[in-house]
Design a binder for this molecule. Structure first.
Ligand code: GTP
Length: 596
């Protein structure tokens, strides 16, 4: 396809404003998916996405559209909306010339609407403002068209109004994409250069790499080279997705598609790298992506220690599909061999863990998540701590913690409760603007550790679900932090150590000691549980001794029932971890993770 007939666009929106539904309608209206094959959230290919009704991975699909007698080739990239996946969004944006900015006509602008709009503007994309869900009785298209027009500086009459559900206005939107977005520009005669914006591992075909061609042409059977690693491969197959993979004769300037080289080694195909031809290829890479910086670290351990190699392999494969994932081996006295894994946020952690368990059939324990602290010792050395149990012993001069710039959008009646909440999380109000008399935007600086775990839930409950939140990194600040250890019978349980603000150490200690007292079954001997800062004990509980006799419950002599109970106990044993001489059930670790 010649570049002037190509339009590359993505759909960006706040979570639940209807991107995936609109994408479905586009697939249907353009005839790419037949009526009988249609299913909701067509492009969300992972089970976990469909079950949760959220998009995690971006998806690229090619759709034909006829406007004023000419057939254009549109490449649509569906993107995730949750703040943890902003990194996915930014990669998709780099492969496009334009963005459809979708806003729910019953809700108006939300925090991620702003965040995604700013990302699109940084990437110099042409914005097509669209109000969605106009079929809803509660929709206020006129009011929100004005709000949206005010935000991006256009005429309210230029805001399109559609319904992804009924299909109203979607054809007009496709026309608008053709007329308003610029065609891709590139040098067709130059050596090929294509940007890798995603890749996945396929059990049968090896690594599948998604690219956007910027210059030249890529052809099947030719040898290609990855510019940064210099690795060369033969192109076994090249094609487009529409909506299933279809081999093509080649990909030219502006086209979006996939490459298969038969390579099984996942590290060979780095997202952000440039693909060129092995002979007389381009020497300069396209501007890559910023490497995402993990915000939260947690230890992941197989419950069955012999699964460790499977976990390592699983992480390698997942990394290919999730460039934001970082990990390195780690050992814990309580949990054995595992990995320290970095995540973009708690949802990312949950999803990665669930994917590992489902796609690779693993049973995992994850430890208390932690942000990254820089600890400066008295002798000037700086230790980067991603695992509280590695907190340095010696004399400490200062500790810094990461902070974020948070934006909260909410009805103005909630200003008081939001301020109260932010204050309790050590927040600093930076500014406040009224978007309209009844909607307010509040900007805060908050410690990442205070916001990343349960802040959003707290915010939602204080605002009856009406507030939305977005945040981005804003450097570090010095803070009065301490490490709290938890000891069982005098033995430190490394997985339970945490770093908290001094004012919250006591309540953490009491909470953990009480929780563990309920979670750890009685043993043959008395087990003291202590929480301590250094050598100073700040909380203590005791689990009293008991002789555990599972058969005591079995009156009568039903031998098969007795055998069953013994079997069950053996099964239970496998899920126990020994801490010194104390047996800790896996549930204790899982429950310790849950924040309440
Ligand atoms: P994420 O992928 O998680 O970011 O969400 P999304 O923006 O893709 O939203 P999705 O398409 O999953 O839609 C969210 C909800 O809104 C679903 O329950 C849809 O059925 C509903 N919805 C989407 N579009 C419309 C619409 O035009 N009208 C109505 N009434 N409901 C809609």
């Amino acid at each position: 396809t010649p570049p002037d007939l190509i339009r590359n666009f993505c759909i960006i929106a706040h979570i639940d404003h209807g991107k995936s539904t609109l994408a479905d309608r586009m697939l249907q209206i353009t005839g790419v998916v037949q009526e009988r094959d249609m299913r909701a959230q067509y492009l969300d290919r992972m089970d976990i996405e469909r079950e949760r009704g959220i998009t995690i991975k971006s998806q690229a699909v090619r759709i034909p559209w006829e406007a004023s007698g000419t057939t254009y080739c549109l490449n649509m990239i569906d993107t995730p909306g949750h703040v943890d996946f902003t990194y996915e969004v930014s990669r998709s944006l780099a492969a496009c010339e334009g963005a459809v900015l979708l806003v729910d006509a019953a809700q108006g602008i939300e925090a991620q609407t702003l965040a995604n709009l700013y990302l699109a503007m940084e990437n110099d994309l042409t914005i097509v403002p669209v109000l969605n869900k106009i079929d809803l009785p509660a929709a206020q298209p006129e009011k929100y068209a004005e709000e949206l027009a005010g935000l991006i500086g256009c005429d309210p009459a230029d805001v399109l109004k559609v319904s992804g559900k009924t299909g109203a206005g979607v054809e007009e939107l496709l026309d608008e994409i053709v007329t308003k977005l610029p065609a891709p520009v590139g040098n067709a005669d130059a050596p090929p250069r294509a940007m890798i914006f995603d890749s996945v591992y396929d059990t049968y075909r090896g690594v599948v790499t998604y690219v956007r061609v910027v210059d030249g042409q890529l052809n099947p059977r030719e040898r290609i080279q990855m510019v940064s690693t210099k690795a060369t491969h033969e192109l076994l197959e090249i094609g487009v997705i529409s909506p299933e993979p279809e081999p093509a004769k080649g990909l030219g300037v502006g086209e979006v598609g996939y490459l298969i080289t038969g390579v099984k080694d996942v590290r060979q195909s780095r997202v952000g790298d440039t693909v060129t031809s092995a002979r007389d290829g381009a020497t300069s890479a396209l501007g890559g992506y910023r490497d995402p910086k993990p915000m939260v670290y947690s230890g992941l351990y197989p419950i069955d220690g012999s699964d460790y190699p499977i976990l390592r392999d699983a992480l390698d494969k997942l990394k290919l599909n999730d460039a934001a994932l970082v990990y390195e081996p780690e050992t814990s006295a309580a949990l054995g061999f595992g990995f320290r894994v970095g995540f973009l946020g708690m949802l990312h952690l949950e999803i990665v863990r669930e994917r590992l368990e489902r796609e690779f059939d693993l049973d995992l324990i994850s430890t208390l998540p932690s942000v990254v602290y820089d600890v400066t010792l008295d002798d000037g050395r700086v230790v980067v701590v991603t695992n509280p149990s590695e907190f340095p012993e010696g004399k400490i001069a200062s500790i810094t913690e990461p902070v974020v710039r948070a934006t909260i959008l909410a009805p103005s009646e909630f200003i008081g409760s939001i301020m109260e909440l932010c204050q309790s999380r050590r927040g600093m109000l930076r500014g406040m603007d009224y978007l309209s008399p009844e909607r307010v935007e509040m900007r805060y600086t908050l410690p990442l550790a205070e916001i990343v775990f349960d802040f959003f839930d707290a915010l939602k409950s204080k605002t009856r679900g009406y507030a939305s939140l977005d945040y981005e990194n804003d450097g570090e600040q010095v803070a009065d932090l301490v490490k709290v250890d938890v000891l069982l019978q005098g033995d430190k349980v490394d997985a339970f150590s945490t770093i908290v603000h001094k004012d919250k150490a006591y309540s953490y200690g009491v909470m953990m000691a009480t929780k563990l007292k309920d979670l750890i079954p009685r043993q043959q001997f008395e087990v003291p549980i202590q929480a301590a800062i250094g050598a100073r004990v700040i909380a203590r509980e005791t689990i009293r001794a008991i002789r555990k006799d599972v058969l005591a419950k079995c009156y009568g002599g039903d031998i098969s029932r007795k055998r069953k109970l013994l079997e069950k106990q053996k099964e239970g044993k496998k899920r126990m971890k020994m801490v010194g001489s104390v047996e800790v059930p896996q549930e204790a670790f899982i429950a310790a993770l849950s924040q309440d």
